[in-house]
Design a protein around this ligand. Sequence first.
Ligand SMILES: Cc1ncc(COP(=O)(O)O)c(C=O)c1O
Length: 166
Amino acid sequence: MRERLGRECVYVPSCRLAVYLSLRRWCAPGGTVLMSPVNDDVMVFVVLAAGLRPVMAPMPPRDGNIDIRAVPESTWRSVGAVLTTNVYGMPDDVDELRTRCDRMGIPLLEDAVHAIGTTVGDRPIGTFGTAAWGSPSPIPPARVDRCVHFVRPWCRTRRGFVYSGP
Ligand SMILES: Cc1ncc(COP(=O)(O)O)c(C=O)c1O
């Protein structure tokens, strides 16, 4: 996976744990996370478990992802992170989300669970987020208790924090 994505990967025993670790690592305590309302329900509970508040984004009927242009500017200014889902393998406009997040100085967290193998341009899903994760668990024949956490080597947040590693 490291070779395929060109970024550091960490194997963790559950995808939910990968999401939880990412949220705790990259989101300010008590902050908000912009996400699509179409998602596995466990994701809402992981966001809550991490002490954060999910903010449901407007959603275009065609793909269930975040309707970037319909998100009010006041919401963009207030959210602490964006979580992109790539519902059923249909990617969000990740270039636009990445640009917005960089402009706001907030992390883009990328759920690649439904979209392992999907590319945007020639770039695989899983390479756009500050952190990303994947899991074979929604695919019954591939079900294993293991998932992958893809880590961006640095992240600048609104508070000017820089992470260099792992
Ligand atoms: C989009 C999405 N993210 C995360 C998860 C959580 O994965 P896991 O069940 O491996 O913890 C799922 C599970 O189906 C999912 O569909």
